[in-house]
Write a protein that binds this ligand. Structure first.
Ligand code: CP
Ligand code: NVA
Length: 313
């Protein structure tokens, strides 16, 4: 019996989760993975339940991993593209949440504006799980820390260097969860692209409690020295197409390439994917000996199972 109970909780940005609750989710993810490879592909703890997957933006990993996770737990996943719902014709978020949550047992949503998710959660009777917003991507960060724990055997004191867009949604979630888990994070980014002030405030608060560190520099070489993990994400996130040219120009010196990896020593390379090969990372790195990106992507399935199993009442 776990010491915590996540049943009925939303998973919006992890600020309201204790370090123990986050560790509990990660441990459950590792356990689902172990059982999967021991031959237990289907563990029907959610038999007869349903999960709505509402996506306002494209997705490969999040959509498929939540869909398959629900199926492997015995639940019925329902994928709903934004334009297929009456939402696309102007029905409000609140009304949609009120109705959907009378049919299904959880709602996973990927949204353009973070506020949409907050609104969904406010009017939903069932857990709402963030499948990415413009602000954060907690499902990704949980899978990533599960992967780091699996590879390095620890999280506390691990040094993670994030190189590139310091205002990235995945970085925001790595900061919030990492600070709670005792991971030391160094971000190399231009001054212009730094985390959202609300995220920084929460991350610093958590890091003071865990004793971890958060540092910023404009020098990627300095950031990677001594790093256990070098992490990057796309320079142009979904919805930022209008500023693509400027971001690509400003972020050019932040490419993760062989030279930078060699400066670091012998770190692991991580990327949430999709990657824009040749921009934020070279083929040589993502396909090279440092890279654990395929294991990282694979773990999304198992952490998604843990999330659904622990949150759905
Ligand atoms: N990493 C991730 O969330 O990928 P998708 O956009 O394909 O879901
Ligand atoms: N920062 C990226 C993450 C994709 C998983 C985006 O928002 O497009």
């Amino acid at each position: 019996m776990a010491l915590y109970d996540l049943k009925g909780r939303d998973l919006i940005w992890l600020v309201d989760y204790t370090p123990e609750e986050i560790r509990g989710l990660i441990q459950a993810g590792l356990e689902f993975k172990r059982r999967y490879y021991a031959g237990e592909r289907v563990i029907e703890v959610l038999r007869g339940r349903s999960v709505a997957l509402i996506f306002e933006k494209p997705s490969t990993r999040t959509r498929v991993s939540f869909d398959v996770a629900a199926a492997q737990l015995g639940a019925h996943p329902i994928y709903l593209g934004w334009g297929e719902l009456q939402l696309g014709r102007g029905e409000t978020i609140a009304d949609t949440a009120r109705v959907l949550s009378r049919y299904v047992d959880a709602v996973v949503a990927r949204v353009k504006r973070h506020d949409t998710l907050v609104e969904l959660a406010r009017y939903s009777r069932v857990p709402v799980i963030n499948g990415l917003s413009d602000l954060v991507h907690p499902a990704q960060a949980l899978g990533d820390y599960m992967t780091i724990l699996e590879k390095l055997g620890r999280l506390e004191g691990v040094r993670l260097a994030f190189i590139g867009d310091g205002s990235d949604n995945v970085l925001h979630s790595l900061l919030i969860a990492g600070a709670k888990l005792g991971v030391d994070i160094v971000v190399a980014s231009p001054e212009k692209y730094r985390p959202h002030p609300r995220i920084l405030e929460e991350a610093y608060k958590a890091s003071r409690e865990s004793g971890s560190s958060i540092e910023f520099t404009e020098d990627p070489r300095k950031a990677v020295r001594g790093a256990d993990v070098v992490y990057t994400d796309v320079w142009v996130s979904m919805g930022q197409e209008g500023v693509a040219e400027e971001k690509i120009r400003i972020l050019k010196p932040y490419q993760v390439n062989r030279e930078l990896m060699e400066e670091a020593g012998n770190p692991l390379f991580m990327h949430c994917l999709p990657a824009m090969r040749g921009q934020e990372v070279t083929d040589e790195v993502i396909d090279g000996r440092w890279s654990i990106v395929w294991d990282q992507a694979a773990n999304r399935l198992h952490i998604q199972k843990a999330t659904l199993a622990m949150l759905i009442p």
